[in-house]
Ligand binder design. Structure first.
Ligand code: ZN
Ligand code: ZN
Length: 338
């Protein structure tokens, strides 16, 4: 049983709803014109969801699997060098996790495929997870509606404050206020359950990382995918928050920056090992494990060796590569949150 949850989102009874159908939170940008938002909602409704025809799949695309700093060169060609960004498409809905340099190609792909409504969730604001945001083309497109969420610094710094701090002189030539997309910043607390759309549930939990970090579990159509990046494990003590987020998940994207052997000299760095990913997935009954947040020194040859060892230990394991896609077919009709 999960402990009592605070729910935020579309169609949740008992929550004060703002013009978006989202709970009004402190430090949020003022909501845009309600008439415009309602018109947008109506325009979005005919999108075929699980109940009817159309695309009912849960697609995951890895746009950046490298940790700490982007890398390039022939020794990194197979697994790629972009820093963290993962796209999840739940039927016609688009969610992004983190804005490392992988968000640049993600943005190009989204504009090409006609995506207009995106929710971007941050695990935390370390450079490798925010570096690509100023180069995310949809930010500058007036037809895009983008909601940006974070919760790792709840009560300390709002999402809006972090965005303003990121895009300003002398670090970047223009401020986020020049963006032409309709950008709304949102705040939540770890443990909150968010429904960005009625049929998509996003669960949240704290990870063990310097400065805080949030792990996510996305549920849609009877499928679940977890994004667990960045986190450090304690030897012999499986993280209860991680176990709850990855329970019976179809896919777990996990911080596997190091090996168990390397962890001995990297305690306190805030990262984990592929072996811990395997132990956690076994304990939680998860099906697939994507080794993620690859150390920037790890070459293709080394990663292929790690991938082979991980597969031997857990057949559903693989080392995530930039551009890689996985598709899960929905198991059940989506239930609306009531
Ligand atoms: Zn990182
Ligand atoms: Zn970090």
């Amino acid at each position: 049983m999960r402990p009592a949850e605070r729910r935020i989102g579309y169609g949740v009874k008992g929550n004060p709803l703002d013009a978006h159908g989202l709970r009004a939170l402190e430090n949020c940008d003022p909501p845009p014109d309600p008439a415009r938002v309602l018109a947008e909602r109506r325009a979005a409704e005919p999108t075929p969801l699980l109940a009817g025809g159309g695309d009912t799949s849960f697609k995951v695309r890895i746009w950046g699997a490298r940790g700490s700093v982007p890398v390039s060169g022939s020794e990194f060609r197979r697994y790629g060098g972009n820093t963290p960004c993962v796209e999840m498409r739940c039927g016609g809905r688009t969610l992004l996790f983190d804005a490392g340099t992988g968000i640049r190609p993600a943005g190009v792909s989204m504009l090409r495929s006609g995506v207009r409504d995106v929710h971007l969730f941050f695990s935390h604001f370390h450079y490798d997870h925010v570096l690509g945001l100023p180069f995310f083309a949809p930010l500058y497109d007036p037809s895009i509606r983008l909601e940006i969420w974070s919760g790792h610094l709840a009560g300390i710094m709002s999402t809006r404050e972090m965005l303003r701090g990121l895009m300003r002189a002398p670090w970047f030539p223009v401020e986020i206020s020049i963006c032409r997309a309709a950008v709304v910043s949102r705040d939540f607390r770890s443990g909150d359950v968010i429904n960005p759309w009625p049929e998509v549930t996003v669960r949240t939990g704290s990870l063990n990382h310097p400065g805080g970090c949030i792990g996510y579990r996305v549920e849609y159509g009877g499928r679940a995918v977890a994004f667990i990046c960045d986190t450090e494990h304690v030897e012999g003590a499986p993280d209860a928050n991680v176990l709850a987020l990855i329970e019976n998940a179809d896919l777990v994207i996990y911080d596997a920056a190091y090996t168990d052997e390397e962890m001995k000299s990297r305690r306190g760095f805030g990262h984990s090992s592929w072996q811990e990913g395997v132990r956690l997935c076994r304990a939680a009954g998860a099906k697939k494990l994507a080794l993620f947040h690859h150390d920037p020194f790890r070459t293709d040859i080394e990663l292929a060796r790690i991938e082979a060892r991980a597969k031997e230990a857990f057949p559903g394991a693989f080392a995530a590569r930039d551009g890689q896609s996985l598709t899960f077919q929905a198991r059940q009709a989506a239930k609306k949150q009531v």
